[in-house]
Design a protein around this ligand. Structure first.
Ligand code: GDP
Ligand code: ZN
Length: 451
């Protein structure tokens, strides 16, 4: 069961800290018409912007600005909401907020306005999260897809699957009482086809959602290779800045350097690492240990090799330590020094790209491969900005549906029904229909104050 919104009036400065043309104090609660009257000396009119003086307890003006009044339930939170648009200076904003507290409001927690919107059924959990994602979006692509989630496109899809699952569960559970003809009954209702289709649909949704998650969090790309093969140069070339230190001395990059670049609106976190080699230098040793930690966490490893010498014996040592699950792109660098053309090859050890970090030739080829590895298909497909929490739930649902199909083949219908129930619960968690209190607390506490 969900927490009920408390009746307390909450208030917060909703605009970013600092000076601005206007600043907004937002208030939500019940009976706010009186609150507004006390604040401005006149009763408010719902949904009308009113020029007003905001008054302190003695009736002296603190600021003049616009007062907006939204009577619940027709508001963002579903309660009465007041927005005071004043002059955007930090002192004015603090005085206005203090006045609201004096009038009985308490300070809102981060995300509490949106939390109330969720608790009052103004939006579901996936939409509420999309509010935060829209605010946090670093790229246009991420903002667009957050907006799609916010207007409910993602939630609608999730609800469709849930309805399917409910249907199938009812069907399977209804047959349990008729052991003789249960399988025939399910066949007649096309239950198995529907289950297969559901699995395919979820599979597709999951891959789209993965892209959405990628849009927000980006792909972790680690540059790994012997000293001096050109890792720092490649990082610089990809980021378009002289960020890493490039020298002829082996062992220059002693620590881990990061750079976030965007390719097709997707953030790529490029991590340049200390060259991997045996060393007695203590500081370099620490750098190398960190490198291995980064490599274990990578989404993609760019394995750099000098194109002139190719893969040597010291490389084999590195490769024996590479984690097996992480995809690797072999980058043969410095082709400008050996008359090798830009090329993409399916080589012995996997994908190979021949390029030059110094001249930039072949860099586009590498960017494309990174996007491909990220599972990115730019063409027209709607991308949802799903969170890791959503992906987990979708994966869980998919596993349960796979199990249900397996149980169906075994004609173990009770167990099939149980798997369908697990799948439905997992799907429900996305939109918050089964949201546990602690889960909600975690989600909303990550919002900024005033949202
Ligand atoms: P790291 O130790 O792997 O990070 O290698 P650096 O990026 O520091 O490069 C080592 C040296 O190789 C520097 O002198 C670079 O200028 C040079 N270098 C790197 N990439 C290329 C390339 O594609 N072509 C040429 N000609 N030189 C390169
Ligand atoms: Zn380096």
């Amino acid at each position: 069961s969900l927490r009920k919104p408390d009746r307390e009036t909450i208030a917060a400065i909703a605009t970013a800290p600092g000076r601005g043309g206007i600043g907004v104090v937002r208030v939500s609660g019940s009976g706010l018409a009186d609150f507004a009257t006390a604040l401005t000396g006149r009763p408010p009119v719902p949904r009308q912007a009113r020029l007003a003086k905001f008054l302190d307890a003695q009736g002296r003006p603190i600021d003049a600005g616009l007062l907006l009044f939204f009577a619940g339930p027709h508001s963002y939170t579903g309660e009465d909401v007041i927005e005071l648009q004043g002059h955007g200076g930090p002192v004015v904003m603090r005085l206005l907020l203090a006045r609201c507290l004096e009038l009985g409001a308490r300070l809102a927690r981060p995300g509490e306005f949106t939390e109330r919107a969720f608790l009052n059924d103004k939006m579901d959990l996936a939409q509420a999260e999309a509010v935060a994602d829209l605010i946090d979006a670093d790229t246009v692509a991420a903002a667009r897809s957050a907006l799609r989630s916010l207007d409910g496109a993602f939630s609608r899809r999730v609800h469709e699957w849930r309805d399917q699952l409910v249907d199938l569960r009812m069907l399977v559970e209804a047959t349990l009482d008729f052991p003789e003809e249960e399988i025939d009954f399910l066949k007649a209702a096309r239950a198995f086809e529907r289950l297969d289709k559901l699995r395919d649909d979820l599979d597709k949704l999951l891959s789209r959602a993965k892209q959405g998650s990628l849009l927000r969090s980006g792909l972790h790309v680690v540059l790994a290779g012997q000293p001096n093969v050109g890792k720092s140069s490649l990082l610089n070339q990809l980021s378009g800045e002289d960020r890493a230190i490039v020298t002829d001395l082996a062992g220059t990059t002693r620590d881990v350097l990061r750079e976030t670049i965007q390719v097709e609106g997707i953030p790529l976190h490029i991590i340049d690492t200390a060259g991997l080699r045996e060393t007695s230098d203590q500081i370099e040793k620490i750098g190398i240990e960190r490198t291995w930690k980064e490599i274990e966490r990578a989404d993609v490893i760019l394995r750099l090799v000098d194109a002139r010498s190719g893969i040597g014996s010291a490389d084999h040592e590195i490769d024996s330590r590479l984690p097996s699950g992480v995809p690797v792109i072999w980058v043969f660098n410095k082709i400008d020094l050996c008359a090798q053309a830009v090329e993409r090859r399916d080589g012995e050890q996997g994908l190979e790209i021949f390029l030059s970090a110094a001249t930039g030739q072949g860099l586009d080829l590498l960017r494309q491969e990174l996007l491909k590895l990220a599972g990115w298909e730019a063409q027209g497909e709607e991308v949802f900005l799903a969170r890791e929490r959503h992906l987990e739930a979708l994966r869980e649902a998919l596993t349960a549906i796979g199990n249900a199909i397996q149980r169906a083949h075994e004609e173990a219908l009770e167990l099939m029904a149980e798997e369908l129930r697990i799948a439905q619960e997992a799907v429900n968690r996305i939109t918050g229909e089964f949201g546990a209190d602690d889960l909600l607390g975690v989600i909303f506490s990550r919002f900024c104050i005033g949202k």
